[in-house]
Write a protein that binds this ligand. Structure first.
Ligand SMILES: [Fe+2]
Ligand SMILES: [Fe+2]
Length: 250
């Protein structure tokens, strides 16, 4: 069984073949790029499309909001109710993705076990449960506000796309528990920041109970982050010490 830090058949570096690399450098000098211009052309295409009045998505029309929403959200001015519902939609999507990601981490754990200083099964399960609870909390808040939690909001879409890479890392059969935790660090950092923003924009609702629930979720996210950071540090030390308990590469 080989660890990924074991020297293997990695041929991606140019130094693998000094003769070919010299030829490659010469070739690159002789052969100009197949198209003219520099990366400013890419920027101008991005700018061109960005200027079009086309968004990732839209919010459901306010008319679909039930009566309760008007009372609950009345405290918020202007576009703020829609902004809040968009952020809630985003959190809903991310917490759902988060709970699935942690389920994936659990599967890695069950297949490979942990490493020195790494997570226990109970710890992973606890985070998974808390992410699921956050998802259900947000869904019920959206319902209470009279909106539809099944509607995909623009920010839910943005975050869904952004987290695609995390899902790929966690579900890749070649990644181990430590690799999956690297992806979860990105997820938990986002979780922490996003709850801060959500708490900020929810202040205007003047709902103490809701605020307490959000603060409890925020505190849970802070714990998740501390745990993942500790495990990642431990995984690096475990690898450096040659502890390959969970560092198996196929
Ligand atoms: Fe969460
Ligand atoms: Fe979390």
């Amino acid at each position: 069984m080989k660890a990924e830090t074991t020297a293997g058949m990695n041929r991606t570096g140019m130094d693998m073949s000094p003769m070919d690399s010299k030829e490659l450098v010469v070739g690159a000098r002789i052969m100009p790029p197949s198209s003219a211009g520099d990366d400013s052309a890419i920027a101008s295409v991005i700018a061109h499309y960005a200027r079009r009045e086309e968004r990732v998505g839209t919010m459901p029309p306010p008319g679909t909001l039930k009566g309760a929403v008007k009372t609950a959200l009345q405290a918020l001015k202007g576009e703020a109710p829609l902004v809040l519902l968009d952020k809630l939609g985003e959190r809903l999507a991310f917490e759902r993705a988060g709970s699935r990601l942690w389920k994936g981490v659990l599967a890695k754990f069950d297949a490979l076990g942990s490493f020195e200083g790494g997570p226990t099964r109970e710890e992973i399960e606890l985070i998974y449960r808390e992410e699921s609870e956050h998802f259900l909390l947000i869904a019920s808040v959206i319902r209470t506000l009279g909106a539809d939690p099944t509607a995909e909001t623009p920010l839910a879409d943005v975050h869904g796309v952004a987290s695609c890479g995390l899902i790929k890392v966690v579900t890749d059969p070649r990644t181990n528990l430590a690799d999956a935790l690297e992806a979860m660090l990105i997820a938990e950092l986002t979780d922490n920041d996003a709850w801060d923003v959500l708490i900020d924009i929810s202040q205007g609702l003047n709902d103490e109970e809701l605020m307490n629930q959000f603060m409890a979720a925020r505190a849970a996210e802070a714990r998740h982050l501390t745990m993942v950071r500790t495990w990642i540090k431990a995984s690096v030390i475990a690898r450096a010490n040659g502890d390959h308990a969970n560092m198996v590469a196929s």
